[in-house]
Design a protein around this ligand. Structure first.
Ligand code: ADE
Length: 419
């Protein structure tokens, strides 16, 4: 290890990893421990400048145990999922040497050395925006860099998968596919990149974070109940998804927005139909979610070709993918017409992320929202003020990166404790 005799060194790596939203959904495991799914899934990666996890990992001979801080609070690493990931990463660690700092760590040393990990999500963990996907992907990516793991992103994705299924797709930018695999040990259940973020850079993503009073069923228990009770889920996994995956891959390769929209909306709706087909039924969407679907469906039908796709995960939030900036601006006008902010919220905190879409929509202040006309395709001019907490405007984004700027490290480089 360190050859200066004092063993005071602390070695750190900081990484940033995006979240992702499935457009062909993962719902149902065939192995709960290894996290192996019953069907393939496809996702779009969201721009990490708006939604991401930053994680700093550190190693030092002075650390007495593995410790982790999430969003400034210390959390336990004793859970099975963190332990599986730590074991898998440690077993792939290789020799490391930093001649300048006089640090040498052999493959065997990694087994004994303890780690400090600090992680921060730049969006509320409770907003239901797949924070565990970005979080576990960042955990694996940062540790792999620290421990000099030589495996490629797909191999790392199989490790991230064991922490949180959908985390495997967050190791890639653009669009990614999680291949369900056949092997019992899960070694072929990996994610691959379909296209990078530059391939379809017209797309704009608008997320409505919907207010909800209800405590949602966790995805883990929801999936388990669907696997045990829903016949529709079996049909979906065997007959529907394999065809949809092929069609979706084609739609993405050809930037065919009409097919992309048809497949994305149909798959989200089927996933929620499976939830209703579960005994007892699970309701993730609420009235606001249903109103957003109606608004988008009516608008798409009134146009020559679809302008926006929608998809909902295990919660009420709507993720909408607009074909280009013009469609995104028109979408925002419609959403703000129906869901104006409460009087105590300012426009800057009601629409976050890429605010330039607001300018395209001609909205400079809250008065412009109140003056929006009823969308021409809608007769119902009723408003639902305050039913959306806030909107996030973003786009498809890149995969994980190492951040070399030490000022962004979440751990003190001398003590290895949170800054
Ligand atoms: N779960 C939610 N966010 C996380 C993070 N940033 N790291 C690890 N687990 C998480």
């Amino acid at each position: 290890m360190g050859e200066n005799g004092f063993e005071k060194w602390v070695l750190t790596v900081t990484a940033q990893t995006p979240t992702n939203i499935a457009v062909i959904k993962y719902w149902g495991k065939r192995d709960e421990t290894l996290i192996l799914p019953i069907n393939d899934s496809i996702s779009v990666t969201l721009d990490p400048s708006h939604l991401c996890t930053t994680t700093t990992v550190a190693v030092s001979p002075s650390f007495e145990q593995d410790r982790m801080w999430l969003n400034d609070k210390e959390i336990s690493l004793s859970g099975g999922r963190y332990q599986s990931v730590l074991r898998e990463i440690r077993s792939r660690a290789t020799d490391f040497e930093d001649k300048e700092k006089n640090i040498k760590i052999s493959k065997k040393d990694w087994e004994k050395l303890h780690l400090h990990i600090a992680s921060y999500n730049n969006f509320p963990t409770a907003a239901g925006l797949a924070s565990s996907a970005a979080g576990l992907a960042c955990f694996v990516f940062a540790l792999a860099k620290l421990m000099n793991v030589k495996e490629d992103e797909s191999k790392l994705s199989a490790i991230a998968r064991q922490g949180s299924g959908s985390a495997c797709r967050s190791l890639f930018g653009g669009f990614a596919k999680w291949i369900m695999g056949k092997d019992e040990d899960g070694s072929d259940s990996v994610a691959v990149q379909l296209v990078d973020e530059k391939h379809w850079d017209d797309l704009v993503i608008v997320i409505a974070v919907v207010c909800s009073r209800q405590k949602e069923t966790s995805s883990t228990s929801g999936m388990r109940e669907s696997v045990e009770t829903s016949l529709l889920l079996q049909h979906r996994a065997k007959e529907v998804v394999p065809k949809r995956i092929k069609q979706m891959e084609e739609a993405i390769a050809n930037r065919d927005f009409a097919s992309f929209t048809q497949l994305t909306c149909a798959d989200s709706n089927q996933f929620h139909a499976v939830c209703l087909d579960t005994c007892p039924p699970i309701f993730y969407m609420n009235d606001t979610s249903h109103r957003i679907i109606s608004c988008v469906e009516k608008w798409n039908r009134s146009e020559e070709s679809p302008q926006v796709a929608y998809t909902f995960d295990a919660g009420p939030n709507a993720v909408m993918i607009a074909r280009d900036r013009k469609a995104a601006a028109q979408l925002l006008q419609r959403l703000l017409f129906y869901f104006p902010p409460n009087s105590d919220i300012d426009l800057n905190s009601y629409i976050i992320g890429d605010k330039s879409i607001l300018q395209d929509a001609g909205i400079q202040g809250k008065n412009d929202i109140e003056a929006l006309p009823t969308p021409p395709e809608m007769k119902d001019a009723q408003k639902y003020r305050g039913d959306v907490s806030y909107f996030i405007c973003t786009r498809p984004g890149r995969g994980p990166v190492v951040i070399s700027d030490v000022s962004q490290s979440l751990l003190n480089p001398e003590t290895g404790l949170p800054k």
